[in-house]
Ligand binder design. Structure first.
Ligand SMILES: C[S@@+](CC[C@H](N)C(=O)[O-])C[C@H]1O[C@@H](n2cnc3c(N)ncnc32)[C@H](O)[C@@H]1O
Length: 453
């Protein structure tokens, strides 16, 4: 991969409608170094750990200019909230939440800095989008009006296709104003052609609507008779549903958010609808504010290829866990992805583990005897079992010393269940070194390499 050039971006195509202190066109982007750290399966999909402007420059330098068919982004909303991570420990019994001394998600912005941040990324994203590609930008009432002006400037006001309202009727109460229960998703095309799979997102008729089409003509087509002006008019049932509206009611998946441990995770149904509507099987989908990886998971299950990026270590851990699970359960030999560390993305903080290795006949057993995380030292003291801290254990039985290729995954989806902690493998399946990664609920990791005798 070429890491020497600086990337020049195309100027916006629309008229500037919004200005702010310090507004300036993005300077040429330096291409950051990148290193592959993990590979799962054999596909060419990418999970990029790093700052997304650097990741976009890297993609532009490595053959992805105008190759992306669909972009969905769910950036920080400028909510003024800096979320301190609260770790939900595993195990049965009442949920135990432990605060970690680290801010997981910063969403307090100077208004000008926010606009410049988004402007630079939108310009780079436009250069990645294929001629007939589309971009969905997810936001809420705080920034929707500003972001729409930015999208008009970068993509052109005439390229706006929809302002989608995602309505999520659940929880919360607005006692001083109306309940704020919707987000806004702005949909723009890059050019004058775009994919819209009308039939894929039809709203199925209700039973009551279908019941009207009772009569059948001589060609076996169903219809109903309306009588608007005393005339009898046949209305045929031509398609399996009604064309989708731009107001979507999709509930927040509270159980998914809890089990993933990622508070801003969006429902799979939301991404499923977006990807079905605006891409075809085999198309390439990009999300550079990937969070828990919902876009990539939905793309994977719909047979699209994907690239996902996030700066946050926990997001990458959670997304790779979800994707690994989807891929290890999938029978297609072409499914897979690799994890790259882009630029100066920091590796996860270190946890400590003690592992025992025993051999019997032609088998080897790896037993994790203890795990500790200095960030959770207080909480750990009262724990009945070290496994309450651990979200997953993954094993590469033939570690080559460079890229971790997990083939065994122990990551119980429900938080009430603990990892097993002991793994027996046939010696024939193990190489000269085996590597084991333990990821805990606070995002720290222990990485242990076991030389095999
Ligand atoms: C609202 S969350 C996305 C949630 C995601 N849609 C999901 O379903 O889980 C926004 C994400 O953007 C990431 N982020 C914020 N600034 C970033 C940057 N400059 N580069 C990469 N990721 C960034 C945050 O770490 C966070 O995970």
């Amino acid at each position: 991969m070429d890491e020497t050039r600086a990337i020049r971006l195309s100027p916006p195509v629309g008229r500037a409608l919004l200005t702010w202190n310090g507004k300036q066109p993005p300077p040429p982007l330096a291409v950051p170094p990148a290193i592959e750290v993990e590979r799962c399966g054999s596909g060419d999909q990418l999970l990029l750990h790093g700052e997304n402007l650097a990741a976009l420059a890297w993609l532009l330098a490595n053959g992805y200019r105008q190759r992306i068919n669909l972009i969905y982004i769910d950036p920080p909303f400028g909510s003024g909230i800096d979320r301190v991570r609260r770790v939900r420990l595993r195990g049965s019994g009442p949920a135990r939440l432990v605060p970690v001394a680290e801010v997981e998600y910063c969403d307090t912005w100077n208004a000008d800095a926010y606009l410049q941040f988004m402007y630079e990324r939108l310009i780079a994203l436009r250069d990645l989008l294929a001629d007939d590609g589309c971009i969905y930008l997810h936001c809420d009432f705080r920034k929707a009006h500003h972001l729409r002006c930015l999208m008009d400037e970068v993509f052109g006001a005439e390229r706006m296709l929809n302002e989608i309202i995602w309505f999520y009727p659940r929880g919360g109460d607005g006692e001083r104003q109306f309940n704020r229960k919707h987000d806004t998703i702005l949909l723009y095309a890059r050019g004058d052609r775009w994919t819209f799979n009308y039939n894929e997102v039809l709203i199925p008729y209700t039973r009551r609507q279908l019941a009207r089409f009772r009569q059948e003509d001589e060609r076996g087509r169903y219809y109903w008779n309306v009588n608007p002006r005393g005339e009898r008019v046949k209305t045929y049932l031509r398609k399996p549903g009604i064309g989708a509206y731009d107001v979507w009611t999709i509930p927040i998946e509270a159980a998914l958010v809890r089990d993933l441990g990622y508070p801003t995770a969006k429902p799979l149904a939301l991404l499923d609808r977006i990807i079905r509507a605006s891409s075809r099987p085999g198309d390439l989908v990009l999300d550079c504010f990937a969070g828990s990886g919902t876009t990539a998971v939905a793309a994977q299950s719909l047979g699209r290829r994907w690239i996902a990026c996030d700066v946050n270590t926990s997001a990458i851990q959670i997304a790779s866990r979800r994707l690994r699970r989807a891929i290890l359960e999938c029978t297609s030999s072409s499914a897979g992805f690799s994890v790259w560390r882009i630029g100066d993305a920091a590796p996860a903080p270190r946890g400590d583990a003690h592992v025992r290795v025993t051999y019997h006949n032609d088998q080897i057993t790896i037993t994790v005897e203890s795990y500790t995380n200095p960030l959770l030292a207080d909480a750990s003291q009262a724990l009945p079992d070290w496994r309450c801290l651990v979200d997953e254990i993954v094993i590469d039985p033939r570690y080559d010393g460079a890229i971790f290729r997990p083939a065994i995954m122990d990551a119980p989806p429900r938080r009430s269940t603990l990892v097993r902690g002991a793994y027996t493998l046939a010696l024939a399946d193990v190489g000269p070194s085996l590597a084991l990664k333990i990821v805990d609920a606070a995002g720290s990791e222990a990485f242990i390499v076991v030389p095999i005798r």
